[in-house]
Design a binder for this molecule. Structure first.
Ligand code: NAD
Ligand code: LMR
Length: 335
């Protein structure tokens, strides 16, 4: 049997926690399937290189049949060479006393050059998923620096928020997660995000009827939107395995497609922050979370969903934050 051509995956921040949680699953085939060999390119800064080297040694010790090679570099021009998939995880976390502008500037210094390297060196079919925070605006910075790479190829992760929204709804309804469909995360991967139950169902029944509007449009939204902070509080560090899992699912669905419809109903959708062409009133060019399906290797926004006044207000508030972040990075000359 001939072996498929390997897919080159560049992972930044490979020496960090999410990198460590993601690498072994990617090499085992969880992301691109059991018949797709992978070649890993790991990008780190010099301080993170030892840790990335250790991960590469352990990858070798797993003898994964799908893994065709692991290369390490601290140079984006080398690490993104030939990349088909780029997972941008490494970023600058907010430090004590750091203002938002400082954070955006520090990340601009990372995602600008990485975007340029992707534009010059990555494969023609490159697909980029940004995990490092502030993820949507980091993705925008990379995209706006990447020359001719189509804007649609730059995305940011809201799959973790989506999965949290499914898990917390299932727990409230005492139903398995498989009973739930039709949740959407709108907007920014931040506390302003809007987990929307308007079209969600539990065992086919409107979710809002099952859990009640008071909870579904109140504490539920808060809980999902602040789940990242809740995890930080409990484990004294931000989410790692769930973030790696969400990144893997985001890329898997993007490349291999979201599931087809069951029982003749509409095909399920998920959430991802993707390039807006003005859908649902989200200003063009922002990388904002939408209800999405994927087919043929492309995300498609689920259109035609009704948006009531409550949802409109929530979506607009999160999108306003994205607009403000875009203005800030434009003023800083990062895009
Ligand atoms: P970490 O600190 O353990 O690892 C980050 C790694 O990135 C470090 O090894 C660091 O050396 C490396 N790095 C820094 N700058 C780099 C650069 N310019 N190029 C390459 N590597 C670089 O952090 P983590 O727990 O792995 O989290 C990484 C990021 O993911 C953080 O920004 C975190 O807030 C974010 N995050 C996002 C989500 C999401 O859903 N979008 C969820 C959880 C965490
Ligand atoms: C998360 O959602 O867990 C991360 O983005 C970390 C954070 O700061 O919330």
């Amino acid at each position: 049997m001939t072996r498929n051509t390997p897919t080159t995956i560049t992972l930044t921040g490979a020496g960090g926690q999410i990198g460590y949680a993601a690498l072994f699953r990617i090499a085992a085939g969880d992301m691109l399937g059991p018949d797709r060999p992978v070649r890993l390119r790991l990008l780190e800064i010099p301080q993170g290189m030892k840790s990335a080297e250790g991960a590469a040694m352990e990858l070798a010790d797993c003898a994964f049949p799908l893994l065709e090679g692991v290369e390490l570099s601290d140079d984006p021009n080398v690490a993104f060479d030939g990349a088909n998939v780029a997972l941008l995880v490494g970023s600058r976390p907010r430090g004590p006393g750091m203002e938002r502008g400082d954070l955006l500037a520090a990340n601009g210094a990372i995602f600008g050059p990485q975007g340029r390297a992707i534009g010059v060196h990555a494969a023609d079919d490159v697909r980029v998923a940004v995990v490092g925070n502030p993820a949507n605006t980091n993705a925008l910075i990379a995209q706006r620096n990447a020359g001719d790479v189509p804007a649609e190829r730059f995305t940011a992760l809201t799959r973790l928020d989506h999965n949290r929204a499914v898990g917390l709804l299932a727990a409230q309804a005492s139903r398995p997660v498989t009973a739930i469909e039709g949740i959407t995360i709108w907007g920014n991967h931040s506390a302003t995000q809007y987990p929307d139950l308007s079209h969600a169902t539990i065992d086919g029944a409107p979710a809002i009827d099952v859990v009640g509007a008071e909870w579904g449009r109140g504490p539920y939204i808060e809980r999902v939107a602040k789940r990242g902070a809740e995890i930080i509080e409990v484990r004294d560090g931000s989410s790692v395995a769930s973030a790696a899992n969400a990144a893997i699912e985001h890329v898997r669905d993007w490349v291999l497609g979201t599931p087809a419809a069951r029982d003749g109903g509409p095909a399920p959708w998920t959430s991802a922050a993707i390039h807006s062409r003005g859908e649902y009133g989200v200003p063009e060019g922002l990388i904002s979370s939408f209800p999405v399906r994927s087919a043929g290797g492309e995300w498609q926004i689920v259109e035609g969903l009704s948006v009531d006044e409550f949802s409109r207000g929530r979506i607009d508030a999160s999108v306003a934050e994205l607009v403000a972040e875009r203005e800030a990075v434009e003023e800083l000359g990062l895009v």
